[in-house]
Design a protein around this ligand. Structure first.
Ligand code: XMP
Length: 319
């Protein structure tokens, strides 16, 4: 029976042994897994670690700043932030197909990461936040056993062009163990216990074509929803909750005029394994407050709906 402290100590020794005095590169996403790897490696090898954080313009509100604040400022981790919003939006322009959007986002991420990595000299290792369920999932995918509904781009091998050896200190751990490690390593509780966020980010929460205008509205609406869930003590009672941007115009009456603005859908689910999920029975008062705030604070939104579909058949994400 291992304690988080023992696992950390053990992994630190293993990592030091594996990399010696060489340099390690890590793609930091702000998610739990890569964050825990960053904290762990920083503790193990300090300045031999360089993280690359790609801001694809499809992150949640203030996410990029939070990552820099936590890792670069507080922990002293070397993090290179790449502002690639324009590039991602350019590549996505005119594309409405969800799977194609996923591929574009995944490929663009690899391109950006690759070209950043090429600028850093003397790197021999690539660290990844692979956890045990990822190992199982990709093994199943290779033998054709998994029914792959969506291309989860962040589970996979490293780009062929990068001849780096892998460092994967979480490979034998489950998510709850990874979280405990994160807390033990001093990461903020809110970061460690945050709802999962898909690799393609807001790219699959804006239905159809992705545009900056839509992403900006969605980021604000989502932040309001999440803030009110926290205020009402509901955030940790749901497994995942977020706003979705519907590129549909709906009428709203403002003063004596009619305005046609966008629609926001709210999604909140309870689930154990994310394979099946029940829509969260949020209190009406909470939904009312969120709806009022979104419509009053965001001039581009005229209507808010709540998604009452369970999985199956409705997936958790809308695309
Ligand atoms: P669905 O929508 O399939 O989602 O019910 C199940 C879980 O997977 C997440 N998800 C993704 N994660 N890349 C990811 O990294 C993706 O393309 C992707 N699509 C869905 C979703 O947020 C939920 O937690």
């Amino acid at each position: 029976n291992w304690t988080p402290a023992q696992i950390i100590e053990d992994q630190i020794a293993r990592v030091r042994d594996q990399v010696g005095d060489r340099h390690v590169l890590l793609g930091l996403s702000g998610g739990v897994d890569s964050s825990v790897v960053a904290a762990l490696l920083h503790k193990a090898i300090g300045d031999q670690l360089t993280c690359v954080f790609v801001d694809n313009g499809l992150l949640r509100k203030a996410e990029g700043d939070q990552v820099m604040e936590t890792f670069a400022k507080h922990m002293g981790v070397r993090v290179i932030r790449v502002d690639a919003e324009d590039l991602f939006l350019d590549k996505l322009e005119g594309e409405a197909d969800p799977e194609v959007k996923r591929k574009i986002i995944g490929n663009t991420f690899i391109d950006v990461f690759d070209s950043e990595a090429a600028k850093i000299e003397g790197v021999d290792f690539l660290a990844q936040g692979t956890i045990y369920p990822d190992v199982i999932e990709s093994a199943a995918a290779k033998t054709g056993k998994a029914h792959v509904i969506k291309s989860h781009h962040n589970v996979g091998g490293l780009p062929e062009t990068m001849k780096l050896k892998l460092v994967e200190p979480l490979r034998e751990l489950f998510k709850d163990e990874v979280r405990k490690l994160g807390v033990e390593l001093g990461l903020p509780y809110d970061m460690v216990y945050r709802h999962p966020f898909p690799g393609p980010g807001l790219g699959v929460r804006i239905l159809g074509e992705v545009k900056k205008e839509y992403a900006d509205i969605l980021r604000e609406a989502d932040a309001i929803f999440i803030e009110e869930l926290h205020n009402a003590g509901w955030y940790h009672k749901t497994s995942q909750a977020f706003a979705v941007f519907l590129p549909v115009r709906s009428v709203g009456v403002v003063g004596d005029g009619r305005r046609y603005e966008w629609v926001i859908a709210l999604r909140a689910v309870e689930t154990i394994d994310f394979m099946t999920a029940r829509w969260a029975h949020l209190p009406y008062e909470l939904l009312e407050k969120v709806s009022n705030r979104i419509i009053n604070e965001l001039s581009g939104v005229s209507r808010v709906t709540y998604d009452v579909s369970s999985k199956p058949p409705a997936t958790i994400e809308w695309e």
